[in-house]
Ligand binder design. Structure first.
Ligand code: PLP
Length: 426
């Protein structure tokens, strides 16, 4: 039995509409090879994880050295050096020095749940406000604050006490596409949601600074500033979900830096250790101490191998200025894609920050009718040409271009040409 046949027999993939028909065997930088030796340019980074490039020797060596010394001890029952060093390094990339105390878990969802619990304990309140079209994970609590029924269907009942506010999505905003109007009106909607759709017991507002699974939705520049003013007046915390947008993906180490707003809790995962499982939520000492003995722990969280990998990863970001690379390369790709979009009526919008780029496909540009089938076809044609891209969005019609931040410009140019070809005839 080959690998695909074993998957069909033994791996539960029933939750997928389709799994890409290739077996990935190895990877380096921005290229992955299948088991027949065919190379593909990876424009999705394993869902925005391998930001520093696949299999970076510096990260593998650090992890291997740690593995030979100690694979596991539990980072909360005993101290271990990589966990302490990583917490210090993580504090160094936060927007302000006061955000310095981290808890480490294994996955994005685990860290979001931990952050939600901490926010409840700190504020003594139990409700959350989240955004429509948001995604925060697949556990019961994180689905409860995710604003997408497709992810939630048949998994309920969910936790009570979450209210959803309008997503700041200028392309599809009921308030029109002017960014400032969208920012103001969507922030007002957060206020209305708090005041009229909750019991006045809101612990935190939780949001992704750029919505990933929702379709690479980039909120307008002043949105988070207006929201934060509203939250501060009511003593509501801001949990910033940087699971997908963090680690240079948008051209800054953290996407919230674009908005010049300081969150109360920052959640990171995916790109934190470039593929080793790890997540964190980082907050101020005053909030962190709301956890009292017995309140939290994780068996594998803060695993020394993952922490050693993350430390080497952060060092690479510093030495190679990877966030800046993402900003420069992203601008270039977006500009080229916008030129391509003039040729294809099926492209409704090209948007993004850094190398977190979405191409929204529509069957009617004026009506903005989402075209999920076209997105799937383009994904298939890209695969045939040797490129891996993502498809997502609340309507399943957004091509997601989130390559490793080290992808050479000539490869990104090849990808844009391939996309142009794949879109022809849509
Ligand atoms: C913004 C965001 N938050 C949370 C998660 C959940 O992370 P994980 O799959 O590691 O649990 C994801 C995963 O895609 C995500 O994009």
């Amino acid at each position: 039995m080959n690998t695909i046949e074993k998957y069909q027999r033994y791996v539960n993939t029933n939750f997928l509409k389709k799994i890409q028909p290739i077996v990935i065997d190895r990877a380096e930088g921005s290229t992955v090879w299948d088991e027949n030796g065919r190379a593909y340019l990876d424009l999705f980074s394993g869902i925005s994880v391998a930001n520093a490039g696949h299999n970076r020797a510096e990260i593998i060596d650090a992890a291997a050295a740690q593995m030979r010394k100690l694979v596991h001890s539990n980072s909360y029952i005993y101290h271990n050096k990589p966990t302490a060093d990583l917490a210090e390094a993580l504090a160094g990339i936060m927007p302000i020095p006061e955000l310095r105390v981290s808890f480490f878990g294994n996955s994005g969802a685990e860290a979001i749940e931990g952050a939600m619990r901490l926010a409840k304990q700190y504020t003594g309140r139990s409700e959350f406000v989240a955004l429509e079209m948001s995604f925060h994970g697949r556990t019961a609590a994180t689905l409860s604050v995710s604003g997408n029924w497709k992810r939630k269907k048949k998994g309920g009942p969910y936790l009570p006490g979450t209210a959803f506010a309008s997503v700041p999505y200028p392309y599809r905003s009921p308030y029109g596409s002017d960014p400032e109007t969208c920012a103001r009106e969507c922030a007002r909607d957060v206020e209305r949601t708090i005041d009229f759709n909750t019991a006045g017991d809101v612990a935190a507002f939780i949001a992704e600074p750029v919505l990933g699974e929702g379709g690479i939705i980039v909120p307008p520049p002043n949105y988070f500033k207006y929201v934060k003013e509203i939250l501060d007046r009511r003593g509501i915390l801001f949990i910033c979900d940087e699971v997908q947008s963090g680690f240079g993906r948008t051209g800054k180490m953290l996407a919230i830096e674009h908005y010049r707003v300081v969150p109360d809790i920052v959640v990171t995962a995916k790109g934190i250790a470039n593929g080793f499982p790890l997540s964190a939520f980082t907050t101020r000492h005053e909030i962190a101490k709301a956890f009292t003995p017995g309140d939290h722990l994780s068996t594998f969280g803060g695993n020394p191998v993952s922490c050693a990998a993350a430390l080497a990863n952060i060092e690479l970001f510093r030495c190679e200025k990877l966030a800046e690379c993402s900003a420069i390369k992203g601008r270039r790709v977006i500009e080229k894609l916008r030129r391509v979009s003039d040729k294809h009526a099926t492209i409704g919008e090209v948007r993004g920050l850094g190398l977190m780029i979405g191409v929204e496909l529509v069957s009617d540009r004026d009506a903005k009718t989402p075209d999920a089938a076209a997105a799937e076809r383009v994904q298939d044609r890209m695969l045939e040409q040797g490129f891996l891209i993502g498809v997502g969005g609340a309507y399943g019609n957004v091509l997601r271009i989130q390559p490793p931040l080290v992808t050479p410009d000539e490869d990104l140019d090849r990808a844009v040409e391939a996309l142009d070809k794949a879109l022809a005839g849509q």
